[in-house]
Design a protein around this ligand. Structure first.
Ligand code: C2E
Ligand code: CA
Ligand code: CA
Length: 753
C-alpha cells in the first residue's frame, strides 16, 4: 500500500504534514480559546477561571509556562508597572510567580520595545537569542528559549499581558495563533476590568468612583436612590428622572428578561449577590447589552438595607467572543464550516429528522492524490485547487445542503430530507463528476478526482459521530479500490473496523507497556553457505504471551501515524543490538530494517540513521534499509534523492517484495539499490510453474547485469533452495534457513555457525 492509498496518510505527510499540523494546531487553539472566553464570561471565581485558562493554554499549546501580568492600579503616573498575578508551569518547570525580580516590574524601564509593541496591540514573539542583552537579563535566568507575549488590551488601554514561555524547546507562533491569543487576551482584559469594578465597590460601596461602569444604588424594594454619571450615559436618562423609580424600569421589556428583577431580588436575599447579562432600554429606544453585577450593601447596623448594581459594557467582550466563535467554527482558507461545526450541524439534522421517516446522508469526500499536488506544485497551488473544488461543489449543492471542510483535503456534505441511498449516491456521483473537468492553470491543467463514502441516518447509525466514521470508512474503501469512486457504507465494513479498533487498542497498550521487540531472520549467502546478514522484523507482544500479527500492526501503525516513532526506535534498537553482538565477539553482520513510506519520505531517515550509528559506534555499512516498490513509486524523484543520500553515507538499500507489484526491472534501474528481494509468493510458485522459473532466470540475469544482488525470500524447502541455486540467486532467506527469532536465539545461531 502506498502512503497515498491510505486515507489517514493523506495530508499527514510531506508538505501536507506541515499544513495538517498547523491546521490542527489552529483548530485546537481556537476551540480552546473559544471555551476559555466563554468561561471568562461565566459567573465562577475569576481567579480560578484564569488559572484554569492558563493551564488549558499551556497544555494545549505545549509551552512550559503561561502567565498573566496585570498592571498595578495607576499611581498617578502613566508608567506601566506590572506584576505577575497568575501562573501555570508544566511539570518540572520552575515557577516564577514568587520571583522578586518580576514583582512590580517597571515595564517602561526594562522592556521599552515590548511596551511600544504591546501598546499598539502587537505581540512580541521569538527566540530569545534574537533579543537584546538587556531584554535577556530577566529571561535567561528563567531558562527561557522562546517567548510569546500578547497584550491584554481593552479600549486601547493596556491592562497587562499574557506570556507563554518555552523552556525546553523553542516554539514558533503563526500569525493566526497570535491573533487568537490576542482575542483571548481581550476577553481576559474585559473580565479583569469587570472584577476591578466589583472589587472597588466592595471597598467603598457608597463612593462613586469615576468609573466608566454604571452604578445603581437601590433600596431592597428596588427603588433607585442613586446613580452615577456613567449610568446616566448608559441608559440615556438624567439622574433626576431615575431617582425614586424602580430599577426594573431600566430593563428592556423582552421575554427573556421577564421577572428578572424578582430573580435578582431573590438571589440577593439568598446569596447576597447576583450577576449576569441584561438588556437595558436606552432613552433613544435602542437596546444596550450590559453585564450586571448586584451586591447587598450592609447598612450602619450591619444589616443589608440597600444593594448596588454595577453595569459593565460587555460588547467588547461579546465581540471578541463571537469572533473567536466564528474562527473556531469556520475554516480560514475556504470560509466553510469546519469539522466541529459540521458535527454540530449533523447532530441537529439528525434531531430534526428522527421519527419523521426521513433520512440524512453524510458524504465524506476526499480528494485523490491531493498530497502530490501540494508536494510538487506547492501550497499556494494546493490552496487554489481547494478553492476551485469548493466553488464547484457549492455549485452542485442545494441551498440547504451543508458543505464543510473536514480536514486538509476532506470535505463533508450533509443532505437532509433525502429518501434513500440511491438519491445520496446520485448526488455523490454528481459531485465527483463536477470535479472532473480539468482546472486550468498557467502551469498546465490539473486533474482532480475524489473518493466519496456515504452513510445514512437512520440506516447506518444513530449519532453524528458514528455516521461520520462510517462515511469516512466507506471513503477509505473507495480509495482502496482504486480511487475516484463512490462507496456506500456496509455492515461488513463495520466488522473490519471493529477488528481494527481492537487491534489499535492492543497496539496502543503494547506501546504504553513498551512491549516492542525486534526478531532477526538470517540471510544466507549461497556462494559460501554462510549467514551474511539478518533482517530485523518488528514483534509486538499482545500482553497475553502471544504476538500481534506483524503485517496488520505495520499497516495500522502507518495509518495511525505511529510508524514514524516506532521506526525511529527500531533503527536505534537494531544498532544497539548489533553493537551488543559485536561486544560479545560475534562476527559483525549487517542488519536490514524495513522502512515505511512515512519514515522514508517525511521523517529525517538519514538523520535518524546517522544518530543511531554514531550512538552505538557502528560503521554505516552495517545498516541496510528495505523498501517496497510501492513506496519507491509513490514519489520516484524524491525516492532517488533519499536513496542517493543513504548510498553516500554507505548505508545499503534493498528493494523488497519484488514480483508483487509493478516489477519492471528496467524501471527499477533508476533507483540506487544494492539488493533485489524476490517475494516469497513468487518463490513458492517456482516449483510448479515452468513459466515462473523462466521469468526468475531472466530476472536473475537482468539483475546481475544491473549489479544487483538477488535474494529469494520465503525459502521453506531444500528443493526450493536447490532450484534457486541453479537459477543463480545470490542469497536466500526463509524458514528453511532460519525463522525470525529473538536476538538471544539469533546470537546462538551465529555462534554455532
Ligand atoms: P517482509 O519485509 O517481506 O518480511 C518477511 C516476512 O516474511 C516476515 O513476516 C517473515 O516473518 C516472513 N517470512 C520469513 N521467512 C518465511 C518463510 O519461509 N515462509 C513464510 N511463509 N514467511 C516467511 P512478518 O515478520 O510478519 O512481517 C510482515 C511484513 O511486515 C514484512 O514483510 C514487512 O513488510 C513488514 N514489517 C515487519 N517488520 C517491520 C518493521 O520493523 N518496519 C516496517 N516498516 N515494516 C515491517
Ligand atoms: Ca523485508
Ligand atoms: Ca519481503
Amino acid at each position: 500500500m502506498t502512503a497515498d492509498e491510505h486515507r489517514y496518510d493523506t495530508g499527514t505527510q510531506g508538505e501536507g504534514a506541515g499544513l495538517r499540523d498547523t491546521l490542527a494546531r489552529h483548530d485546537a487553539l481556537l476551540g480552546l480559546s473559544a471555551g476559555l472566553a466563554a468561561a471568562l464570561l461565566g459567573a465562577g471565581s475569576l481567579d480560578r477561571t484564569i488559572d484554569a485558562a492558563l493551564a488549558g493554554l499551556g497544555r494545549g499549546t505545549g509551552v512550559d509556562r503561561v502567565y498573566l501580568f496585570e498592571r498595578l492600579a495607576s499611581n498617578g503616573t502613566d508608567r506601566l508597572v506590572c506584576t505577575q498575578t497568575h501562573e501555570w508551569v508544566a511539570e518540572g518547570i520552575e515557577p516564577q510567580i514568587d520571583n522578586p525580580a518580576l514583582k512590580a516590574l517597571d515595564m517602561d524601564a526594562v522592556y521599552p520595545r515590548f511596551v511600544a509593541l504591546l501598546k499598539r496591540g502587537q505581540a512580541v514573539s521569538g527566540d530569545i537569542d534574537a533579543f537584546s542583552p538587556d531584554e535577556r537579563a530577566l529571561l535567561d535566568p528563567q531558562g527561557i528559549v522562546s517567548i510569546l507575549v500578547v497584550p491584554v488590551l481593552l479600549d486601547d488601554r493596556l491592562w497587562g499581558f499574557l506570556g507563554l514561555d518555552s523552556v525546553r524547546h523553542a516554539r514558533t507562533w503563526t500569525t493566526v495563533e497570535q491573533d487568537v491569543l490576542k482575542l483571548l487576551a481581550a476577553s481576559l482584559g474585559a473580565a479583569l476590568q469587570r472584577r476591578r469594578a466589583e472589587a472597588g465597590l466592595r471597598r467603598a460601596a457608597r463612593v462613586f468612583e469615576s468609573t466608566r461602569d454604571g452604578l445603581i444604588v437601590a433600596n431592597l424594594d428596588g427603588t433607585i436612590v442613586d446613580v452615577n454619571p456613567a449610568l446616566e450615559r448608559t441608559c440615556g436618562y438624567h439622574r433626576s428622572v431615575l431617582l425614586g423609580q424602580s430599577w426594573k424600569t431600566l430593563l428592556a421589556e423582552v421575554p427573556a428578561q421577564a421577572g428578572l428583577d424578582q430573580r435578582v431580588a431573590l438571589a440577593l436575599r439568598d446569596d447576597g449577590h447576583w450577576q449576569g447579562e441584561c438588556l437595558i432600554r436606552h432613552g433613544d429606544g435602542s437596546l444596550v447589552q450590559q453585564w450586571l453585577s448586584a451586591s447587598l450593601i450592609p447598612g450602619d447596623d450591619g444589616r443589608p438595607a440597600q444593594f448596588v448594581a454595577v453595569t459593565t459594557d460587555v460588547s467588547a467582550l461579546k465581540e471578541s467572543e463571537s469572533r473567536l466563535d466564528f474562527l473556531a467554527h469556520h475554516d480560514s482558507l475556504t470560509r466553510l464550516p469546519n469539522r466541529r461545526r459540521a458535527q454540530v450541524e449533523l447532530a441537529e439534522a439528525i434531531a430534526r429528522t428522527r421519527g419523521t421517516g426521513g433520512r440524512v446522508a453524510v458524504l465524506f469526500l476526499d480528494l485523490d492524490r491531493f498530497k502530490q499536488i501540494n508536494d510538487s506544485l506547492g501550497h499556494p497551488v494546493g490552496d487554489e485547487v481547494l478553492a476551485e473544488v469548493v466553488g464547484r461543489l457549492r455549485g452542485r449543492l442545494r441551498g440547504n445542503d451543508l458543505l464543510a471542510r473536514y480536514g486538509g483535503d476532506e470535505f463533508l456534505v450533509l443532505l437532509e430530507g433525502i429518501h434513500g441511498a440511491d438519491e445520496a449516491v446520485a448526488v455523490a456521483r454528481e459531485l465527483s463528476d463536477c470535479l472532473r473537468p480539468p482546472i486550468d492553470r498557467p502551469g498546465g491543467a490539473l486533474h482532480v478526482t475524489a473518493s466519496v463514502g456515504i452513510s445514512l441516518f437512520p440506516d447506518h447509525g444513530d449519532d453524528a459521530e458514528s455516521l461520520v466514521r462510517e462515511a469516512d470508512l466507506a471513503m477509505y474503501r473507495a480509495k482502496q479500490s482504486g480511487r475516484d469512486r463512490v462507496f456506500l457504507y456496509t455492515e461488513e465494513m463495520a466488522q473490519a473496523v471493529q477488528h481494527t479498533l481492537r487491534l489499535e487498542r492492543r497496539l496502543r497498550d503494547a506501546l504504553a507497556r513498551g512491549d516492542l521487540a525486534l526478531h532477526y531472520q538470517p540471510r544466507l549467502a549461497l556462494a559460501g553457505n554462510r549467514i551474511n546478514g539478518a533482517e530485523a522484523l518488528l514483534r509486538v507482544d499482545d500482553g497475553d504471551g502471544g504476538l500481534l500479527p506483524t503485517g496488520e500492526v505495520i499497516r495500522l501503525a502507518e495509518a495511525l501515524g505511529l510508524i514514524v516513532p516506532i521506526g525511529r526506535w527500531l533503527v536505534d534498537e537494531a544498532c544497539r543490538q548489533m553493537r551488543a553482538w559485536d561486544e560479545a565477539g560475534l562476527p559483525p553482520l549487517p542488519v536490514s530494517v524495513n522502512v515505511s513510506a512515512a519514515q522514508f519520505y517525511d521523517d529525517d531517515l538519514a538523520g535518524t540513521i546517522d544518530a543511531a550509528l554514531a550512538r552505538h559506534g557502528l560503521a554505516a555499512d552495517r545498516l541496510e534499509v528495505e523498501l517496497t516498490e510501492t513506496v519507491l513509486f509513490d514519489r520516484p524523484a524524491q525516492a532517488v534523492e533519499v536513496l542517493a543520500g543513504l548510498r553516500e553515507r554507505g548505508v545499503g538499500a534493498a528493494l523488497d517484495d519484488f514480483g508483487t507489484g509493478y516489477s519492471s526491472l528496467s524501471y527499477l534501474m533508476r533507483f540506487p539499490v544494492e539488493r533485489l528481494k524476490i517475494d516469497h509468493v513468487f518463490v513458492a510458485s517456482l516449483l510448479d510453474d515452468e513459466r515462473a522459473t523462466a521469468i526468475a532466470a531472466a530476472m536473475v540475469s537482468l539483475g546481475h547485469r544491473l549489479g544487483l544482488r538477488m535474494v529469494a525470500e520465503g525459502v521453506e524447502t531444500s528443493r526450493q533452495l536447490a532450484l534457486l541455486r541453479g537459477l543463480g540467486f545470490d542469497e536466500a532467506q526463509g524458514y528453511l534457513i532460519g525463522r525470525p527469532q529473538p536476538a538471544a536465539d539469533f546470537a546462538g545461531l551465529l555462534a554455532g555457525a
